[in-house]
Unconditional design. Structure first.
Lengths: 561, 171
């Protein structure tokens, strides 16, 4: 009898020991979970400002409405459903179905503005709750369905993660570090504020100040949209740079999207054509080719060559755009009229190795490294792997792929006295200046070479293909170069083209460098005459209108003559 | 043990001091307590009732304080919620303000007002100003003030030299 009692007592004691000793940790955790709550304190995401401290992104609060059907009596369901339907505009029948279910929790509508939340609060509906969430709100863009600089800024998804553009690139700095609070809750799940708390304050994200000018950005988007529509083109992009610093002033894409409505936008629209689209730059490349050759002493602006309109390289016959014999012409004329044969002869005079080193020096063989997410880059073959014909086509911008940032930065070398200004969008992070701005700029070509190329590019506007870009008052004082290149599909060039125009003004003291690219234009009448799709009729007028706006907005005056 | 006092005159007869009575003071509470106890003449049950009463009063006091604290914590929660709403409203207003100054809104308003962008037809050519920043500063100007004026100034203003020259030559 005693043995049985001892065994039974032993069983009870061992069970008690099991629960009180072995399972102590688990039970403590389970108990704490019932009355203790760990709440994350979100950090405020940093704002983004333009160069004039115009705020481009604002954090706003939106609300989500949810119901707890088990807390709503059958008699109250109709009133609750009617209230939710009238304020939120949701289907009353669907809400009633949700309320009749045995669910503990169900969302009725997500992320609606504060005005609706206030209306719901007034109704005091039983079993209905509101959950507040932070949302990034961007400035309105040109059209109804767009926001300003959407492709450059990117957007922040509902989980607080930056997607595309600056929001993605600077996610860590913008987001900050969330804090937390651990507190007690009563039976009704209300927080008991006075009690033992573990508290860690959040560290808010840093603000960004950009080199972008919101007014110029808007004008660029508007004029680009008008131009692309007029050209019946597939798309277009504009990139404007401060020549001295490499800071981006405007970054426009058409078509674009609304970052405020990203969840209803086709993901294909998020692609940024400025940075994520590589293209063959066409004759704009001649500025790089001739600059390198002049810098190497292989040619001069007045060096005369014979251009029969065709040249055979590596077994391929390469023609000028007009397939005409131009006789003896100098290199200023080659650039003015954009002759391929002249560019090939300049490259040959310089030599393959020197030409390749030029491509490297102008930043065309590596990514631009700009501080925006999503850069696409196709490296060219190594110097030894490139054949004669590829060297020839590269000299006039075919057979080499670049993105717009790479190309504009390369041309900006001429505007910046021969120095390469690293492209960037962010000028300051919080109070810290972007380190890129503090580094010395790399000298690519001599200032003398840059001055000679500047004069040649002025001639392009005054006498050559750049005539449609002339800004009143600056006709003698602006530089430019057109570019048109055929689009390859499956290794074969098609009839569709990329057209572009790059330029800067005033010539001697440039305030901006701008590149406009129009993709697959179908200019009226181009079915009969393909040259109507050329850069001088498609990209150039867009450049001219934006430049005109900048002249007025930035109070730019011509250089004294 | 008797203690002897050493003196210059040698031994002296031993004198014992009269014993001092220590005076004990009784506090007011002690006195009042004694008086109350004497008057109340509480028995054992009386003491028990008194003890229970004291505990009850303590418990009620604790409950009142706890209720006050709970009520305060609910007030704080309510105020925190109110603060969140106000911050949300502030954010909303900030977005409205920023949007009002946005280029899209400015252009829309300008168009409503009948304003349009004017393209300048000509520009006034700029004149370069010849300023040689590397030129030496040169000697300081000499004081040409007459002696008699300096003497008067020295008396009246108690400073020597005219003020502008002094300012110019001041290091």
């Amino acid at each position: 009898m005693l043995a049985v009692a001892i065994v039974l007592a032993g069983m009870v004691w061992s069970r008690l020991a099991y629960w009180q000793v072995a399972q102590h940790g688990m039970l403590t955790t389970a108990a704490q979970a019932q009355f203790r709550e760990f709440v994350e304190l979100p950090a405020t995401r940093g704002a983004i400002f333009d160069r004039n401290l115009t705020q481009l992104v604002v954090n706003t609060t939106v609300y989500s409405a949810f119901v707890s059907p088990d807390q709503i009596t059958a008699a109250e369901r109709d009133r609750v459903a009617s209230g939710l339907a009238s304020v939120l505009g949701v289907d009353k029948t669907a809400v009633l179905t949700t309320l009749q279910s045995n669910a503990k929790f169900a969302y009725i509508q997500r992320r609606f503005p504060k005005a609706k939340a206030d209306q719901l609060r007034v109704l005091k509906l039983p079993g209905v709750g509101l959950q507040d969430e932070t949302q990034r709100s961007y400035l309105p863009g040109v059209g109804q369905g767009t926001t300003l600089a959407a492709n450059m800024l990117g957007f922040v998804d509902w989980n607080g993660n930056g997607n595309y553009g600056l929001e993605q690139k600077y996610q860590k700095l913008l987001a900050g570090t969330p804090g937390y609070i651990s507190s007690y809750r009563d039976l009704a799940n209300r927080e008991i504020v006075l009690g033992t708390h573990t508290h860690q304050d959040p560290v808010n994200g840093s603000d960004l100040v950009l080199s972008v000018d919101a007014n110029i950005q808007y004008a660029a988007e508007q004029l680009l949209a008008d131009g692309v529509k007029k050209d019946n083109a597939e798309s277009g992009s504009v990139l404007i740079m401060d020549p001295a610093t490499g800071g981006i002033v405007a970054w426009a894409d058409y078509p674009s999207y609304s970052a405020n409505d990203f969840n209803h936008t086709d993901a294909a629209a998020f692609k940024d054509n400025v940075l994520s689209y590589v293209y063959e730059p066409g004759s704009v490349m001649k500025v790089v080719t001739l600059s390198g050759a002049i810098n190497a002493g292989a040619i001069a602006p007045d060096t005369v060559i014979n251009d029969p309109g065709v040249i055979t390289v590596g077994g391929y016959r390469i023609y000028d755009w007009d397939r005409r014999n131009h006789g003896n012409i100098d290199y200023t004329r080659v650039l003015e009229s954009s002759y391929n044969v002249g560019a090939i002869k300049a490259m040959q005079a310089e030599g393959h190795d020197a030409f390749y080193k030029n491509l490297q020096a102008f930043g065309l063989t590596q990514p631009s490294g700009i501080d925006v997410a999503g850069e696409s880059f196709i490296p060219p073959p190594s110097a030894s792997a490139m054949g004669d014909s590829q060297y020839a086509t590269t000299s006039f911008g075919q057979g080499i792929d670049v993105n717009m940032v790479q190309m504009l930065s390369a041309i900006n070398v001429v505007a910046n006295g021969g120095r390469y200004a690293p492209p960037h969008v962010v000028e300051r992070v919080g109070t810290q200046v972007n380190p890129v701005l503090l580094q010395p700029q790399r000298q690519v070509i001599t200032p003398q070479t840059a001055a000679k190329m500047t004069t040649m590019m002025q001639q392009v506007v005054q006498h050559g293909s750049g005539w449609t870009s002339r800004v009143p008052g600056f006709q003698l004082d602006q530089c430019g170069k057109t570019g048109t290149s055929q689009i390859p599909v499956n290794g074969q060039y098609t009839g569709d083209v990329w057209t572009s125009f790059v330029g800067f003004l005033p010539a001697q003291h440039p305030r901006f460098t701008m590149l406009v690219v129009v993709r697959k234009p179908h200019y009226p009448g181009a079915d009969h005459d393909w040259t109507l799709n050329d850069g001088y009729l498609t990209a150039e007028p867009i450049w001219q209108k934006i430049a005109q706006t900048m002249v007025v907005d930035w109070h730019i005056t011509p250089d004294p003559h | 043990m008797a203690r002897r006092r050493l003196g210059a005159t040698g031994a002296s007869p031993h004198v014992t001091a009269p014993p001092r009575r220590r005076r004990r003071t009784r506090g007011f509470i002690q006195v009042a307590g004694t008086v109350a106890a004497e008057r109340l003449r509480l028995n054992l049950f009386g003491h028990a009732y008194l003890g229970v009463g004291a505990v009850l009063i303590g418990l009620l006091f604790y409950l009142a304080i706890a209720a006050q604290i709970t009520s305060a914590s609910y007030d704080i929660t309510r105020l925190q919620d109110q603060q969140r709403q106000l911050i949300a409203e502030q954010d909303q207003l900030r977005y409205q303000e920023v949007t009002l100054h946005a280029p899209a809104q400015v252009q829309q308003q300008a168009a409503h007002s009948g304003m349009e962008r004017v393209v300048p037809s000509s520009y006034v050519a700029g004149q370069e100003v010849a300023v040689d920043l590397t030129a030496p500063v040169g000697a300081s100007p000499t004081d040409t003030t007459p002696l008699w004026m300096r003497a008067v100034a020295a008396i009246v203003n108690t400073v020597g030299g005219t003020r502008d020259v002094m300012a110019a030559t001041k290091k």
